[in-house]
Design a protein around this ligand. Sequence first.
Ligand code: ADP
Ligand code: ADP
Length: 225
Amino acid sequence: ASNLQIQGLAKRYGNFVALAPTHLEVASGEFLTLLGPSGSGKTTLLSLIAGLSRPDEGRLIVNGRDITDGAPYERDIGMVFQNYALFPHMTIEENIAFPLKMRNMDGAQMRRRTADVLDLVRLPHVAQRYPKALSGGQQQRIALARCMVYNPSIILMDEPLGALDKKLRDQMQLEIKRIHRQSGTTIIYVTHDQEEAMTMSDRICLMNAGAIAQLGSPADLYFRP
Ligand code: ADP
Ligand code: ADP
């Protein structure tokens, strides 16, 4: 079953077409990567899905529900950014519990969910620390945990490993794949790194100049030498 349907979604800035009318269906549990050079429209598409910007045309359907006009927090969609965006004055536990607090979850249930996702990202020992005491890789795992804590059906990741060095990036690719397999959450992942897209994705959506140039499994894609 497809849990995300993108139906003719388009975005312009003045006369400039950042995203031409785009159609795409993402299956439940799929790992889909948006790959393409800088300026090809990857972040534009992701922001539209997240509800951080409004489309000029088209509809967005999540699990059969039209969310095009819904606010970001009503969308059942989580987002992870390159810069982690953790709250510096809150402990890791408080950071992760924050989305649950916003949803008025009761204390016991909140502590249980927080402990569960800390286990999922394999960092239960950092619960009482502050973000600045953690390495970049650990902060990104906490950002992912904060996103998974309310069980969104889709997680959007915008160049999540862009700030990390090569060795840590390779480790984190495996870690994200493990979390994806274990949780079964649909992931839409943005990168301009072809190798990263090839190793991580079920399907790759190759973007160019605000449009989908190719769509297929890593083995199906044709890359110009
Ligand atoms: P990518 O994520 O693939 O690097 P983006 O989606 O960020 O590409 O950008 C696509 C194009 O849209 C770029 O040429 C960018 O300059 C342009 N763009 C993005 N945001 C704005 C904006 N707020 N105003 C004008 N142009 C924008
Ligand atoms: P990262 O690679 O994300 O920067 P580290 O290199 O600090 O993380 O940690 C590598 C592994 O060791 C991680 O899986 C982490 O869960 C584990 N780890 C780190 N610090 C501790 C600790 N104090 N107690 C138990 N496990 C730890």
